[in-house]
Design a protein around this ligand. Structure first.
Ligand code: ZL4
Ligand code: CA
Ligand code: ZN
Length: 383
């Protein structure tokens, strides 16, 4: 006989989030790959699977400029409030401050409201966890891990994760941040690089890939030495190899760090077939990270992040919502009818299969080597 393993899940969703687009209104250079609309499609699937009545569904208060300046500088937040597509060139002093001219971080229409929705959800999720109102809190509009204290980077403007972690630190002595986005979680690592109260652990494609940081030798500084963990990957990693890194490394971290709460950034660009990512996880391989953390019985926040093949992002975050609820075994792999049904053809299934591309991590014992290196680093933290 096993006990029912219910968790109280709070899910933050703002119906307006899907209406924002990163595309510049006047420029005809092509469409930006970051599509907030994917969060709206995720929500449609979650609703079609009847999950909304199994959790607390809330629309968070928008984050205020004061909330944002807990991490960011006043002048950067003030800039984000004022910038428009028309004033961007002047307010950035020809793209020498706050934003760069390279197209990753456009000054799109409604930028500040979009940031306040994303950050508002993560802050509310952190408060729900801190107050013990929820065991698991979800904000698929969050996870924007590249944003820096005084500048935007890699499609991210406000670092909702850092705001949430700072909120958790008001209650909890130690917070663990885990990042399964295909890119390095540089903005979170940098913010907590010198503290032993936050451990950051990012798994990411490394080598000739944005943002270029995340070498395994970058382990923290001063009091924070050993509290930044990086697992650099080569292209094409599959479920099996990923799990053989994730589970032993996270188990070791749980043992040596004893986090009071965990924040998991669930960037979905680590899935097979992503437009930008170069990894090869299936939906089930990605969700195995959520399942693994859920069964550790530690307060858990689930955030979004990257993910550029929108229908696969929606499938995966919908399935991970089911994992948070513990109902994934009852989920019909045939998608229920919903407003976006035709997007999911030709198979109309809740699946993202891996492909047969080569896994370069299996060459010359790389997986084994990086696992040993990281576990060895972690064992030095033990008292
Ligand atoms: C695009 O087609 O590697 C942005 C970005 C916009 C449409 C308009 C065309 C304008 C690919 C990417 C030209 C854009 C040129 N549009 C972008 C070094 C780069 C300089 C900028 O998942 N160019 C920079 C950022 C990465 C770089 C990845 C991941 C975020 C996250 C969390 C951020 N930047 C080269 C790229 C396009 C675009 C097409 C693009 N940008 C792909 N990779 C990047 O970790 C949310
Ligand atoms: Ca990562
Ligand atoms: Zn990414």
């Amino acid at each position: 006989m096993s006990l029912p393993d219910r968790r109280r899940v709070t899910y933050y969703f703002d119906p307006e989030v899907g209406g924002y687009t990163y595309d510049a209104p006047q420029k005809g250079e092509g469409r930006h790959c970051m599509k907030p609309h994917r969060i709206f499609i995720t929500h449609h699937l979650v609703r079609a699977y009847n999950m909304l009545d199994k959790m607390h569904v809330l629309r968070a208060k928008r984050a205020t400029p004061e909330d944002m300046t807990r991490f960011h500088t006043d002048e950067y937040v003030n800039f984000l409030q004022r910038v428009t597509p028309e004033t961007a060139e002047d307010l950035t002093y020809k793209y020498t401050r706050f934003l760069s001219a390279d197209g990753d971080n456009p000054a799109f229409e409604g930028l500040f409201e979009f940031c306040s929705i994303s950050a508002g959800g993560s802050l509310a999720a952190a408060r729900a966890i801190s107050s013990s109102a929820a065991d698991i809190a979800i904000n698929w509009a969050g996870g924007l891990h590249h944003a820096k204290k005084r500048e935007a980077s890699g499609f991210c403007y406000i670092n909702d994760i850092n705001l949430a972690i700072l909120e958790l630190l008001r209650t909890y002595p130690r917070v663990l941040y885990i990042d399964i986005d295909c890119h390095h979680g540089d903005g979170v690592e940098e913010a907590f690089y010198t503290t032993d109260r936050v451990m950051t652990c990012s798994f990411h494609k490394f080598g000739d890939f944005f943002p270029g940081t995340g070498d395994y030798r970058d382990t923290g500084f001063g009091k924070g030495k050993g509290y930044s963990v990086n697992v650099p990957l080569r292209e094409g990693i599959t479920d099996e190899a990923y799990k053989s890194l994730f589970e032993p490394i996270i188990s070791k971290i749980l043992e040596v760090f004893l986090p009071s709460a965990v924040v998991l950034q669930c960037g979905a660009d680590s899935l097979a077939g992503d437009k930008l990512g170069e990894l090869n996880l299936s939906m089930h391989g990605h969700a195995a990270c959520v399942q693994f953390l859920r069964k550790q019985n530690v307060p858990l926040m689930l955030l979004g992040g990257g993910g550029y093949t929108a229908k696969n992002v929606a499938r995966t975050w919908c399935y991970e919502t089911a994992c948070a609820l513990g109902i994934e075994d009852t989920i019909d792999p045939m998608l229920p009818y919903n407003a976006y049904f035709e997007w999911f053809g030709p198979r109309y299934r809740l699946e993202v299969p891996g492909t047969n591309r080569e896994d370069y991590n299996l060459r010359d014992g790389y997986v084994h080597e990086i696992r040993q290196i990281v576990l060895q680093q972690l064992s030095q933290l033990q008292p």
